[in-house]
Ligand binder design. Structure first.
Ligand code: G3I
Length: 322
């Protein structure tokens, strides 16, 4: 079977992948696998809906990059996750370096969300409303929103998102929540802050940028997921990749990578309220990792020549076993 078909049979809503905007029109092999809805039932734009792509100058909106994903999904009968609204990165300097009052920044946020979420209304299953608001040590990550509003920007963002699109699922999305440490504790607090303010939040995305051999066990991963389902939310793995910390990977390391992928996907199957898994790209030909972590990578389920890796087989087996 193919991964999305197996995932749906196992009770998930989808198995999906990020779409790299620069590859889809130039690489027919890439487009063919990505566009097969039996393999990937849902797509996420890797960069095309971020603030720097959609509103590079104040009040000038562009949907060229973001529409690549929604039009590809529509053509192939796939769903879409939408990514992302309030984030410190890929935020144009007119926002991050502006001198704002609460009122003027709130207006900027509302205008951005009303336009971008309005443009994609009806096409997204979920939006990542707030992305990466917590630093790895569990402190609040500094950004223009935190410095202007303190943590009031969290419920504010979710309220503005609800007003922009009342029907889409609203998510908080972050990485390293999988280790269930100080960062996870703070993300739990974030959800409680939003809920206590009476603002809407539907889900938490576990990005899942993990490392071969250091990925938590299936049961520890499930424990971390359940901290959020206990608050009445759904959860999902939203950007899964598991990188080798040195390359080339040995055949033993490829097997370990497969086991790690199976533990992550298996943990989602084990938790009522974990609704899907999205990989952050599917082929080692296209990944953000080598640019950020020099010498590391090969973190995905197909190799650079679009051959299925042991990780693909492990994922398909764990889905088929449910
Ligand atoms: O847009 C410019 C383009 O104009 C220029 O010609 C080109 C030359 O380098 O760079 C382009 O910008 C790049 C951008 O991706 C779009 O391709 C940036 O340099 C590059 O740094 C950027 O990287 C993205 C990264 O987010 C930025 O934070 C990665 O592709 C993307 O995979 C990564 O995704 C994030 C998620 O959104 C959030 N969670 C973590 C994840 C991994 O970092």
């Amino acid at each position: 079977g193919q991964l999305n078909d197996l995932a749906v049979r196992a009770g998930l809503k989808y198995f999906g992948t990020a779409l790299r905007e620069g590859a889809i029109n130039s690489d027919a092999s890439y487009a063919a696998i990505l566009g097969n809805k039996s393999e990937f039932g849902q797509l996420v734009p890797e960069n095309g809906q971020k603030w720097d792509a959609t509103e590079p100058r104040q009040g000038q909106f562009s949907y060229t990059q973001g529409d690549i994903t929604t039009s590809t999904a529509k053509k192939n009968g796939q769903g879409v996750r939408c990514h992302t609204q309030i984030w410190y990165s890929q935020l144009p300097s007119w926002v991050s370096s502006g001198s704002w009052t609460k009122d003027t920044l709130k207006a900027v946020m509302a205008t951005h969300m009303n336009n971008v979420m309005g443009h994609y209304k009806g096409q997204c299953y979920a939006w990542d409303v707030v992305n990466e608001a917590v630093a790895d040590d569990g402190t609040w990550r500094p950004n223009v929103f935190l410095s202007t509003f303190s943590t009031d920007y969290l419920p504010l963002s979710f309220n503005l998102a609800k007003a922009a699109d009342p029907d889409v699922k609203l998510y908080y999305n972050d990485y390293n929540l999988e280790y269930n440490g100080a960062k996870t504790d703070r993300a739990v607090e974030l959800v409680k802050i939003v809920q206590a303010a009476g603002a809407p939040i539907d889900g938490v995305g576990f990005q899942g940028h993990l490392i071969v051999g250091s990925t938590p066990s299936r049961s520890n991963l499930a424990t971390a997921l359940r901290r959020f389902t206990a608050l009445g939310l759904e959860v999902a793995y939203t950007e899964l990749d598991i990188r080798h910390s040195s390359l080339p990977a040995s055949s033993a390391a490829l097997v370990t990578q497969g086991n790690d992928f199976a533990n992550v996907v298996g943990s989602c199957l084990d938790v009522a309220g974990c609704i899907g898994v999205t990989v952050w790209g599917f082929t080692d030909k296209y990944s953000w990792i080598p640019e950020t972590f020099s010498g590391q990578g090969d973190a995905l389920i197909y190799d650079k020549n679009f051959g299925k890796k042991p990780a693909w087989t492990s994922v398909s087996s764990v889905l088929a076993a449910k």
